[in-house]
Unconditional design. Sequence first.
Length: 524
Amino acid sequence: MGLLPETTLLTVGAAVACLLTMVYIYFKKSFSYWKERKVPYIEPTFPFGNFRNLIFVRKSIGHMFVDLYKKLDGEKYGGTYMFTKPGFIFRDPEIIKNVLVKDFSSFHDRGFFIDEQLEPLTGHLFLLPGNKWRNLRVKLSPTFTSGKMKMMFQTLVDCGQELGTILQETASREEIIEIKDILARYSTDIISSCAFGIQCHCLENPDAEFRRWGRKLFESSIILSLTGSLSALFPSMVSLLKLRSIDAKVSEYFHSMVQDTVNYREKNNIKRNDFMQLLIQIKNRGKVEEEHGYLEQNGHGDLENKSDENGLSMNSLAAQAFVFFVAGFETSSTTMTFCLYELSLHQDIQEHLREEIDIVLKKHDGKITYEAIQEMEYLDKVVSETLRKYPVVPILNRECTKAYKIPDTDIVLEKGIRTVIPILGLHHDPKYYPDPERFDPERFSEEEKAKRHNYVYLPFGEGPRICIGMRFGLMQTKVGLVSLLSKYQFSVSKRTPVPLVFETKSFNLSPVGGMWLQIKKRVK
């Protein structure tokens, strides 16, 4: 086979050179987007823009945005690039307040592509855009009031008691245990009961079927999270290639389980005090009985307290139960894990909290009641400081749904621009939290909170799209902690990672290799 003629090589070389020149010009032009608009920005590098560390999984998305947040120090906002696609970071708490509340109508969507036909379980409250989100939010809001939380409270207490019981033997031997998995099993038992109406006994049986499928969901999330990133960047590609964000077998399992549960309850006229029962009410009646004034009192007046009277489809019902599992499982168990880690490092704080638990429980005849949890003020400070230092969801993302002029500036964000509020960055900014790596629950005393802007602490978001399950998540976390700390003492061990190393493949903050702590029975 002979060599290509010299003229052919020259032609190919010229074509390649021309192509490279065009690519260079395209990137150079794209990377001038923010400069042309006189917006402060972080200098991008070819070809990844500002997201090289995320693309190569060198840092978690939360810590990557901490880096970007710091690079914009002194600015109220700034531009970024994901490849050639411009993005925007909000840093100033007053502007963040406008985005999340006052000017919510310009930022009501998260900007993810979803295909409810291909993946029915993606049609849930967290991802839905526009009017679909609005109508569903109004239907679901009354299911998360304090009255409904009290209705489910005994389930949490029962799971908390079981959590304390299964650790008795290991505590008596003062063993080193991997607490993160145990707490995940506790959360799974609660969610399976409240959201799906089944008793899976994961605390007793780590290999229970429901737990296995839950693990499979999160094990596959590394690859599937790439689909999530693509859906925000290149939605048309995701649609064209029919890429899935949930493993097909996992999706089929959860959908079938919900459908079987609903059919069984309706056929046998079975009613339980759980989230599933409230979803069935909405499915059949279009609403649940609403506690007076809930929407207005919680800043959702812009939803107009109106929704159509149509019920939920089975697909939509399954999607809401599914996201309840995903959100409640990961956030609560991880928050408890980080909290016990910090308490193990700071025995004085752990003992202070335990003293409060003892005093309050004694007032309630030794029982964990809804009212007892509300009375534990120091517990609330400890959990708040845990969520400050380790916000499980480290960023809030919003799509600019219509052209938006940033107040008191000449900057106009075009429709379609993806924006990010870097929660982890705000929570670790020494301007708001001096010595931010120090764990100090007193940051959340009434006096200290009054000194800070309300929008520099956002573990659950804020405004109309604030986490709807916030109360439930906090209650689940606090019941778990009280159930453990009333009986046991935790401390660091030779296997405890100090300092922490975070998983780079996970969207949520998560420690690498689990959390190994020493447990022993309390000496009263």
